[in-house]
Design a protein around this ligand. Structure first.
Ligand code: GLY
Length: 288
């Protein structure tokens, strides 16, 4: 049995219809890999690459900006056998998830950041790519104009959320998780969020996988994805998510999480008003 679950980020859904189309497209791309006997790792890589190329999502081309107007992205990938790779605050790259996968497959490291990650990407053949969408520029301009943020009060600015994530279980019972983000609008340059941190934004082991979206600093403090996967030793994916989200709520955090256990059960939960997500199981597409 193969299953693929994807999220397009938690938070105020500004572009709901676009997100639903985008989730559908990414599910189709990843599902094609799984139905042709491909690996969970290839399925999540393809799905997240598709979302990074879709400017509706806050990752890759659609990334929101740092306070000084730059795109800096975090991404990570993990498989159930403990392999992990990530990039943090990477710039000038079209698909950070593919660089994260190269870190996993071609280095002895878990995480490369900043200039070192760009240098490594070029070595791996990734070309320079520097697109900033008008929407991202407008969001930063709005933030600066409004001058307030619930999440980064020290910056006294305004923010929106929107990391993307994918988890697949393939026919050989392999699990892979991938997470990619453009970060949070208006953060300081050099800030690395949960999407690059093992156990925070991304985690997988033989019990299942989880990927988180939302307030990165809280997700890191809770090791939210690992917490959910650990809970799946005992509980279904949904029950594990429900238990973990109680901790998020108790800290008044804005986070969402998707999970998939080794039996192919999906789990989903979020504390903001909305989150775009969907999954394919038994060939049936479900979009929310
Ligand atoms: N969860 C995305 C971030 O905090 O960067």
């Amino acid at each position: 049995m193969a299953v693929l679950i994807i999220d397009g980020g938690a938070g105020a859904l500004l572009y709901e219809a676009e997100h639903r189309h985008g989730i559908y497209d990414a599910l189709q791309v990843g599902w094609k890999v799984l139905t042709r006997g491909g690996s969970a790792l290839n399925a999540v890589s393809k799905a997240i690459t598709n979302m990074e190329d879709n400017p509706s999502f806050n990752c890759g081309t659609g990334s929101v900006l740092t306070i000084d107007g730059k795109v800096e992205m975090d991404a990570s990938v993990m498989t159930e056998d403990g392999k992990y790779g990530a990039v943090g605050a990477i710039r000038q790259i079209k698909n950070p998830i593919l660089v994260a996968r190269k870190v996993m497959e071609q280095t002895d490291h878990l995480l490369l950041v900043g200039d070192g990650s760009i240098k490594f990407a070029r070595l791996m053949g990734f070309k320079k790519y520097e697109k900033i969408t008008k929407r991202s520029k407008d969001r930063l301009a709005k933030l600066k104009k409004e001058g307030k943020s619930d999440y980064f009060p020290k910056l006294k600015k305004y923010m929106k959320l929107g990391t993307v994530g994918a988890i697949a279980l393939d026919n050989k019972k392999r699990i892979a998780v991938a997470t990619s983000t453009g970060g949070i609008n208006g953060r300081l340059s050099g800030r690395v969020g949960d999407s690059a941190i093992l156990g925070a934004g991304t985690y997988a082991d033989e019990n299942g996988g989880a990927t988180a979206t939302g307030h990165g600093e809280l997700i890191m403090k809770l090791f939210l994805s690992k917490l959910v996967v650990d809970l799946m030793k005992k509980y279904s994916a949904q029950k594990a998510v429900d238990i973990a989200l109680k901790q998020v709520r108790s800290q008044k955090g804005l986070c969402g999480i998707i999970a998939l256990d080794k039996k192919g059960n999906v789990g989903i939960g979020y504390t903001p008003k909305s989150m775009s997500w969907g999954y394919i199981k038994d060939g049936k597409v479900n979009i929310f």
